[in-house]
Design a protein around this ligand. Structure first.
Ligand SMILES: [Zn+2]
Length: 292
């Protein structure tokens, strides 16, 4: 279920299935993963450390936090919690607060495999924070931040447009340089890119995709696997993946998380979410205090 759309200054076909995901949550009782029965929204176990990582991940925008608020440098503050602990999984995706973003930990470096039910680290995004940093594409604020970079130039991968906010352009260039040096067998997964910037909400949802902030990239759609395709036949997602782990590790090294770790998986999708990768430190910036 691709949503194809022609976008970007170079007319690259931007195909994204990504988090388009959230629209229909399959009917089944969520279990495990930082929830009580089918209730989500309680504070995660390592909240203090998670918030430190959040502050350290976006030093240009976030000044700090206390137990109640996240403080932005522009004077805005967001409550850490809405004090709801009775969210359904769909409400967790549609109405998250800041601590909900950490309801499960992103398994950086882990061997990929079938995730537990509703284990979607990174799919829960507190929209107002990302909107404050990257802008509102529907008000033309994101287009003004775009920079076009070469994608795998040694292999003629064309160009992609990503935001300069938070140094995402530099991070993706670093990814591209490393991927460009991989053995030839990897290249087919990487080019052509399935797209970067695409101003839209997650399909069937009020939540913006990270593509709407120009902070996400899809790999070659020909090798993509997507939870909705498998769910169509059996009623629930059955994990499947063809993307080599070597590629995933390169993205993680530069602050991008992978949609292949999600129960509602999207294996061609990567997005810049350094707050979920504690080992990653934005280039030239001080590491976040580590309280783990
Ligand atoms: Zn995507």
């Amino acid at each position: 279920m691709f949503n194809g759309e022609r976008t970007g200054p170079l007319g690259i076909i931007s195909i994204c299935i990504s988090i388009c995901a959230a629209g229909v949550i399959l009917a089944s009782a969520p279990v495990g993963v930082a929830s009580t029965g089918d209730h989500y929204g309680g504070p995660p176990r390592h909240l203090g450390a998670d918030l430190d990582h959040l502050v350290g991940a976006y030093p240009d925008w976030i000044k700090g936090h206390d137990n109640q608020y996240l403080f932005l440098r522009n004077g805005v503050r967001f409550p850490i919690s809405d004090h709801r602990t009775d969210k359904s999984f769909e409400q967790l995706l549609e109405q998250p607060d800041i601590d909900d973003m950490f309801y499960v930990r992103y398994p950086a470096g882990a061997k990929p495999g079938q995730p537990p039910q509703n284990f979607d680290p990174g799919r829960v995004r507190f929209g107002p924070l990302f909107m404050a940093m990257y802008g509102d594409c529907k008000k033309n604020q994101v287009a003004a931040t775009l920079r076009t970079i070469a994608w795998l130039p040694r292999h003629g991968g064309g160009h992609v447009a990503v935001t300069t906010v938070n140094g995402v352009d530099k991070a993706l260039e670093a990814v591209s340089r490393e991927l460009d040096r991989l053995p030839g067998a990897y290249i087919k997964y990487l080019k052509p890119s399935g797209g970067t910037y695409n101003c839209r909400n997650v399909a069937g949802s009020h939540v913006r995709s990270m593509h709407a902030y120009a902070a996400a990239i899809d790999l070659n759609p020909e090798y993509a696997d997507y939870w909705r395709w498998s769910a169509k036949n059996v009623g629930h997602p059955v994990w499947r993946n063809r993307i080599p782990t070597t590629i995933v590790r390169v993205f993680e090294k530069h602050g991008f998380i992978w949609g292949g770790y999600w129960y509602h998986y999207d294996t061609m999708h990567f997005e810049y979410r350094p707050e979920l990768l504690p080992a990653y430190t934005p280039a030239g910036r001080k590491p976040a205090p580590d309280r783990q």
